[in-house]
Design a protein. Sequence first.
Length: 83
Amino acid sequence: GPWIDNGFYYDFYFPETTDPSTGETIPSRKLSEADLKLIKKEMDKIISKDYPIVRKEVTRDEAREMIQAIGEPFKLEILDSIK
């Protein structure tokens, strides 16, 4: 996400979905403290792998294609807001 005064901003959206194994409807919901703990645990695992950070400059159109390809509508909103 974009940087803000005290870190980075991320949008999370949990829409209503259907459990593929049971067919049960799972209602939309807000992010919980338990979710944050699981996210932190997963992020710590990723960080421990020490992946290289690579800067890649692309055109706006290339960025749009990349963002659409990975299905990130919130990032697309951010791209569209940059003039």
